[in-house]
Design a protein. Sequence first.
Length: 178
Amino acid sequence: MQYHPRLAALSGTLVFGYLIVKEDLLPGAPRVTTDMQGLRTSAGRHLGHTDWAPMMQAQVDAFADCTGDHNFLHVDPEAAAQTPYGGTIAHGFLSLALIAPVTQRLEVTDAKMSVNYGLDRVRFPAPLPVGAQWRGSAEIIEVTDVSGGLQVKLSATIEVHGQERPACVAECLVRFYG
């Protein structure tokens, strides 16, 4: 792990590389725990919601540094205030990264490992403004057999408090191997 000067403002967080994941994202609804056999019949099961959490400018700045995407809409509050957004917004891909703790609510007790296999569909219907509260949720929509395990398709959403449309909606594929 490398030191990054902008991370000093993010006390109480875990830092993986430069990506910031708040420690309190997993609280909220309890984890959904099952085994491989139970997972086969879990389509339609909701994984619950994370707690509401603020999107902080320091998170957006660190993500910009990590990815090299320093578009003023994300990192320049004064210039972004002059746009229809009225201020800085999180990167779409930062909104997508917030889904990781949501999918980790699914715990498969007898799986030896799980891997993010990919995404089938991703949309960013609305911005996630800096300072806004957001939370994530997911639902299992399909479970299929793959060599050595099971593939789970989850419909995951990042909601923004007080906004009609979500910041991110994605179909995530996670594989569990037994």
